[in-house]
Design a protein around this ligand. Sequence first.
Ligand code: PRE
Length: 295
Amino acid sequence: MKYTQLGEKESREEEGGGQTMKVGYLGPRGTFSEEASFRFFEGQDVTWKACTSIPDVLYAIQEQDVDYGVVPIENSIEGSVSMTIDTLSGNEDLFVTAEIVMPIEQGLLTNPGCKVSDIKEVWSHPQGLAQCRNFIREIGAEAKTYDSTAKAAQEVAASKRTDVAAIGSSWAAKIFGLEILQSNLQDLTENHTRFVVVRKGAIPLPESDHTMLLVTLSEERPGALVHVLNIFAAFGLNLIRLESRPTRKKLGTYQFFIDVEAGVETDDMQKAVSVIGTFGHQVRVLGGYKKDKKK
Ligand SMILES: O=C(O)C(=O)C[C@]1(C(=O)O)C=C[C@@H](O)C=C1
């Protein structure tokens, strides 16, 4: 039996399936999240739900309004998308099943008849603004945040103003009838965002080759984190990401997001999780994925 990247058996017909999947993403139409979702679910029978914010995508999964959600988790220029990792860590039911890596090209989107020198404000998602910090400073514009790059584009179009611009995708420009005054605005040409596909409840992920964990140390003492890291090392497990985030319970206390280069189902991975647990540390498997090598 073959499994999909979502951990489901590939042949739905065999099980009398064939039903449409409902997938949520950050809307409105024209976001990078929409493009990532379309790429990942290409060729599958999907009904789409455009949500108004990243947490809304994750809440829609939790409330079973959608079967899957696609959310950005990390950008090569700006780092983690904290809204995603904090909502994931706060909701025990959410489970990561796949990864999508996509190049991000930010454009300056305006109503027709606009010049760069006219622009007083640029509107975008905080990640879009952060990726283009140098450009915004150079033109001396004020930055205004929106829930998504496409929402900003929609608002620029609705305003009909010629002294504001959105930062977003060429796809959003097309949808909202905007001009692309300048392309590739991001501070560095290498600009990739990692998205994850999330569902409610854990499932087997036999094809995964990476595991995402959330570790909370049993106590704050010298060497506690090193102790956990040594357990991974003892099982020969390579860590590709280690990030601390506030627990949001008490100032100065942290939890650790760890990506391990091993499938969720592998023996070493399961043993490492269990050994870490026996020392009183909390380990939650946030999910797993097959590395997206399309980058
Ligand atoms: O606003 C969008 O278009 C999104 O899909 C969100 C998002 C993000 O949060 O990182 C996705 C990719 C880009 O990095 C910029 C914005």
